[in-house]
Design a protein around this ligand. Sequence first.
Ligand code: ADP
Ligand code: ZN
Length: 524
Amino acid sequence: MKQNGSALDILRDVFGYPAFRGEQAEIIAHVAGGGDALVLMPTGGGKSLCYQIPALLRPGCAIVVSPLIALMQDQVDALTQLGVRAAVLNSTLDRREAQAVEQAIFAGQLDLVYIAPERLMLDRTLAMFDALCEAGKLALFAIDEAHCVSQWGHDFRPEYLQLSALHERYPRVPRIALTATADRATQNEMLQRLGLGEARVFLSSFDRPNIRYTVVEKDNARQQLLVFLGGRKGQAGIVYCLSRKKVEETAAWLSTQGYPALPYHAGLPANERAANQRRFLREDGLVMCATIAFGMGIDKPDVRFVAHLDLPKSIEAYYQETGRAGRDGEPSEAWMAYGMQDVALQHARIAESGAGEGQKILESQRLTALLAYCEAPRCRRQVLLNYFGEERQPCGNCDVCAEPPELWDGTQAAQKALSAIYRTGMRFGVSHLIDVLRGKSSDKMRQWGHDQLPTFGVGSELDEREWKSVFRQLAAAGLVHVDMTEHGALQLTEAAREVLKGQRSVQLRRPTKRRSAPSKSSRA
Ligand code: ADP
Ligand code: ZN
């Protein structure tokens, strides 16, 4: 029902909440007053009300564009229960049902209509909008998951590129674009591609204080995961893996370990995928093992942990994925195990992506930024939020704050490592390079003549694990590039020269304590 009261009255009377959160009130006032807006708010921040309340305040029907067809009906059901008149218009409807919805819009019987992007730009739909606009019955356009317009994100929807046409066609109808993706590049892309040049940008803090961040050095990932899961039986969580095969194997294995788990990836039949998602949402204490295909728009408030067995591709992706934990505000965990092999895999993905050169460079940079997060000696939250342009004090709720790593002057070690890469012709992976540094003789060593190199055996002061850590940190610092077209060979970057020439010093952190070993009381 259209409401006569203020935004706050609607919040209380219709939605049953006592007060607005964060910038909701301002955003609602701006859009209800006819302004365009770009809303960047973390998952769970309360974006929906930012268009739902203006929809009730303005005359006519609001059009909500959302790529999440599977979730539209849930949202509409929730609104209907509150007495808000809402409907979906998507491919799940047959022709007759769709016509009924269209008629209801014209008759002024709907406050909000959720519509799939591919439907929006059909002539038939535009003709309907034209008529509605003419009659002053278009309340606003809301563009949900607006980052789908970015060709660099994995959620890219080509149909989103056409949405700028809404602005040209209906300049007087306010538009509000919403997303939980906040990096600068995507922000600018959204403003540009959605034609939101005049929009006011509402950037909320992306801090999720109830999420505790932990990154461990991968050595036996399954064992490490088990240790992490210890004491979490019965909690709902998500375990992200890179490949479909690993998703299935991990789900099966976790189930044998007393953690009932379901697989989810794009290769499963649609009905199985939907069934697993439904079970995860409705039942308690299930673990979802998934590729990144799982998650966008999943609104399950009590996900207690998100674990990464493989490295995501960027800080944005990591933030989105971990952000699915703790939407209810209760303490939750974001846990990740990563190693050099992950870096190699991600570089391989970029190399094989078929993207243009510029885009590949950008993707590599994004990956390097994530590595820097993993290896940073600073508070994880500081690093994450810094990436989104926010300044912070150390948080006290991450592994680094809990156990600050020891720093050491690693300039010499870095020089040794870099020169081992250089002298072996930038054709070898980490294991061989470590053998060279530690002076380990083998047939392979003799065959390549690497036992004759001046670098051979100069690094015996560090053990294998410490050298691995050095190499990871060099990659994180952008001094080393992992080339997958060369089977994971490490190569020097331009920046490595300065270190080799002694013009730049390198600070390193000691490898974190092995968290795979059960600690104190949990030792079996
Ligand atoms: P987002 O789309 O940003 O991820 P939602 O709009 O789904 O977030 O909101 C997340 C949760 O917070 C929902 O359960 C919603 O009802 C609740 N919520 C939103 N705004 C408020 C508010 N002002 N007061 C209390 N709860 C709110
Ligand atoms: Zn911290």
